[in-house]
Design a protein around this ligand. Structure first.
Ligand code: NAD
Length: 336
């Protein structure tokens, strides 16, 4: 079977080729993202493999169906870029990788927290310039601090556990579901508003829903503790970036580490170092000495990429053999 792999990066090629040793599919690696102008590249393929910024709307899916494509395999967990209703109408199955390595994201979150709090990127750039002065690099111990974890699912639970058992933080959590194992080690569940008021550090691990959109807004920042440190490796739109910038300018917010950004689809995963970036909000964010931004790389470990590639091709194999699709995303998910 031929599979068109859209938006291919070098690492996709490497890990999909390795996983394909067990299957022997013909993988057609394509650099462009899937959109109305590139969809014809899937001619002759029964499946397409796509990522977070590929566009599988009704028009693109219609074109894929007329080319004979029967499967859209997302090599990620999120599926907001696929019109599931149109896919179902057109008889195209959609599969995803629901969990690949929560450890990858949890560990990166702790890394970001320490890096921004202890000024590690600034220290490194100083040392490279033979500037060994320490002024401006004073951090805080994590031990004994109150950290709020919003969302204690697969990733948030690992972060909460590490902060509580490893670093000796006081850990507050908020979630619609309480994890008794976290409670047993002393994590205290509180309403989200209480968490955002009491925490010295807040780390976000809930999904983006209408309810959680702009969870951190001007009002939340107003109520927060002076010098609040915010870490977001979940979804950019959990934070109102304009309010965040105001909070940084007023010194209410003491530090920010982001792996995700509201308008990241226009920026992330591409080398724009020769371009003029037109996003003034993002550019302003980069000017603060206490802000650290990475380009949606928390998932990027050998283990996670191996799991993504293996799960994706296993789903293709199930579809080809007519077996039930364990990772199928159906229209029942549209409402959520
Ligand atoms: P998960 O589904 O296991 O956990 C999410 C948790 O959030 C659940 O416990 C859920 O009950 C809770 N939740 C739902 N609504 C909530 C609300 N209103 N308030 C508080 N909690 C709420 O998901 P996960 O695998 O732990 O992923 C968490 C987030 O990390 C997702 O948004 C995911 O997209 C993101 N993620 C980012 C990267 C990256 O590379 N940066 C990689 C993978 C996942």
């Amino acid at each position: 079977m031929r599979i068109a792999v859209f938006g291919t990066k070098g690492y996709d090629r490497r890990f999909l080729n390795a996983a394909n040793a067990a299957h022997g599919y013909e993988l057609v690696f394509l650099e462009p993202r899937l959109d109305p102008t590139t969809v014809s590249l899937a001619a002759g393929c029964r499946a397409v493999c796509v990522f977070v910024n590929d566009r599988a709307d009704a028009g693109v899916l219609g074109a894929l169906a007329s080319l004979g494509v029967r499967l859209v395999a997302l090599r990620c967990a999120g599926f907001n870029n696929v019109d599931l209703v149109a896919a179902e109408r057109l008889g195209i199955d959609v599969v995803r990788v629901p969990a690949y390595s929560p450890h990858a994201v949890a560990e990166f979150t702790i890394g970001l927290m320490l890096a921004v709090d202890r000024h590690i990127p600034r220290a490194w750039s100083r040392v490279r310039d033979n500037n060994f002065a320490l002024d401006g690099l004073i951090g805080r111990n994590l031990h004994g601090r109150t950290v709020g974890v919003v969302g204690t699912g697969k990733i948030g639970a690992l972060v909460a556990r590490s902060l509580k058992a490893g670093f000796g933080c006081t850990v507050l959590a908020s979630d619609v579901v309480v994890d008794p194992e976290l409670e047993a080690i002393g994590v205290r569940y509180v309403p989200c508003e209480t968490l955002l008021t009491e925490a010295e550090v807040v780390t976000l691990h809930c999904p983006l829903t209408p309810e959680t959109r702009h969870l951190i807004d001007a009002a939340a920042i107003e109520r927060a503790r002076e010098g609040l440190l915010i870490v977001n490796t979940s979804r950019g739109a959990l934070i109102d970036t304009g309010a965040l910038i105001d909070g940084l300018k007023s010194h209410k917010i003491g530090g920010v580490a982001l792996d995700v950004y509201e308008q990241e689809a226009d920026l992330f995963f591409e080398d724009l170092s020769n371009e003029i970036v037109g996003d003034d909000v993002f550019q302003r964010l980069l000017t603060f000495p206490n802000v650290l931004v990475t380009g949606h790389q928390a998932f990027l470990t050998e283990e996670a990429l191996t799991a993504i590639a293996e799960t994706t091709l296993a789903s293709v194999s199930d579809a080809e053999a007519g077996r039930p699709l364990a990772n199928r995303v159906g229209t029942e998910r549209v409402a959520g």
